[in-house]
Ligand binder design. Structure first.
Ligand code: S3P
Length: 451
């Protein structure tokens, strides 16, 4: 789905307080994986709480193009909630799609499906919007080539559009990933499903483990052990029979991050968020905010299909600057933008270390974060791969933020405007629909003034 809509600018004005209870939409990472594993399983997979954002809908469409049956049924457990039913084709059973697979803005959908296709004897073309076409793909196709897949066509620099011929007889590999990336790890493991023997990925730091947890949930054997101080060694036994399963998607902590930071910085706020996934490989932001003095309380702690979740209560808090260590980056990689907003409202300096990977997200988020803060009167510096924000307890605001086709820039800037002295404008909110389609009405219902 490539955006053709007109830009949708919006302005966030300082509001009095944010109060109420919400459930942010389903986790994006888990939603992609549920559709992909459902499509590779035998029998029916039923998914409740799936994120119905553009990124995930593109993955659903790709699964249909590859031969799975994917149907949205109205009527889940709560009003308005749908159940998604997926009837899969079995491991290695994808069919050659008649047209290119268009992943829109989504690196995760594209890269995970590349892995799944690499283990099937088919050819598929991968494409996306201008943001996705600018992102690196060699980090994915290089290990897949070691397993026997071939790139038959690509754009300059190994970018999309790219055509991948899957391996007829995929080889199991042991792959030491140069970066801690759940997308690289997942692509190799998904290709490894079709290979005989054991496929192993070694990562320098632990990245989110939803693929491993869900593969086990669908009947595969995946074992993960420590490797060095922060790394993991993950091994999958190939050629399992995956069985359709029931998946309940918890609320996305990366989406919850926006109302959470907004409630912390708007005086008098008190909000609750239900069913937020609290997998420790995703909650680096919560750890950091608590170190800064944030009041975030957990209750109703539960576990579903291996994933922990809880209700969070967040109250406005006086924040102070902290230093965030580089090894925490994989557990909060999508949250630095909104953490930088919290840091700007804190008293004192916040140093965020080791943010190299932010340069290859939906936009160059290191530059974009600095630009977002600077244009609103915050002192900020990029030193190598580190970001340094001078918190002064308040933000002047008054700036126009360029969103660069990046949903998280748009939401972070709007959160900043909820508490800044003068309003904050964003040039385009259209891309928020990729991950959090109800963000604007949900924030308004809590008390945000978006005009
Ligand atoms: C994701 C992994 C992360 C993250 C992305 C979702 C996933 O990317 O930024 O939003 O679901 O596997 P990397 O693997 O590139 O770090």
């Amino acid at each position: 789905m490539t955006h053709s809509s007109q830009p949708a600018p919006l302005e966030a004005r300082r509001c009095s307080s944010l109060v109420g209870g919400v459930r942010v939409p389903g986790d994006k990472s888990i939603s992609h994986r549920a559709l992909i594993l459902g499509a590779l399983a035998v029998g029916e997979t039923r998914i409740s709480g799936l994120l119905e954002g553009e990124d995930v809908l593109n993955t659903a469409q790709a699964m249909r193009q590859l031969g799975a049956q994917v149907v949205r049924e109205a009527g889940g457990s709560s009003a308005g909630e749908a159940i998604w039913s997926v009837r899969g084709v079995g491991v290695g059973g994808f069919a050659t799609p008649a047209a290119a697979l268009d992943f829109g803005n989504s690196g995760t959908g594209c890269r995970l499906v590349m892995g799944a296709v690499a283990g099937c004897p088919i050819t598929a073309t991968f494409d996306g919007d201008a943001s996705l076409r600018s992102r690196p793909m060699r980090r994915i196709v290089d290990p897949l080539a070691l397993m026997g897949a071939r790139v038959t066509q690509q754009s300059e620099g190994g970018r999309l559009p790219l055509t991948l011929a899957g391996a007829r007889d995929p080889l199991p590999i042991e792959y030491r990933s140069p970066v801690a990336s759940a997308q690289i790890k997942s692509a190799v493991l998904l290709a490894g499903l079709s290979a005989p023997g054991v496929t192993t990925v070694i990562e320098p730091e632990a990245s989110r483990d939803h693929t491993e947890l869900m593969l086990n949930h669908f009947g595969a054997e995946v074992v993960s052990v420590a490797d060095g101080a922060h790394g993991r060694r993950i091994s999958l036994t190939g050629q399992p029979e995956l069985h359709g399963a029931q998946v309940t998607v918890p609320a996305d902590p990366s989406s919850a991050a926006f109302p959470i930071v907004a409630a912390l910085i708007v005086p008098g706020s008190d909000i609750t968020l239900d069913d937020v996934m609290t997998n420790p490989l995703r909650t680096g932001l919560f750890t950091t905010l608590r170190e800064m003095g944030a009041s975030i309380e957990e209750s109703d702690v539960r576990r579903d299909a291996g994933e922990p979740m809880a209700r969070l209560r967040v109250r406005a808090s006086k924040l102070r600057g902290v230093e965030v260590p580089p090894e925490r980056a994989p557990s909060m990689i999508d949250e630095y933008l909104v953490l930088a907003v919290a840091a700007a409202f804190a008293e004192g300096t916040t140093i965020m270390r080791g943010l190299k990977e932010l340069r290859v997200k939906e936009s160059d988020r290191l530059e974009a974060t600095a630009a977002m803060l600077r244009v609103n009167g915050v002192k900020v510096e990029i030193a190598g791969d580190d970001l340094i924000v001078e918190g002064k307890g308040h933000v002047p605001g008054g700036g126009l933020v360029a969103t660069h086709m990046d949903h998280r820039i748009a939401m972070s800037a709007l959160v900043m405007g909820c508490a800044s002295d003068a309003a904050v404008k964003v040039d385009d909110t259209a891309f928020i629909a990729t991950s959090f389609p109800d963000f604007i009405p949900m924030m308004r219902a809590l008390g945000a003034e978006f005009v």
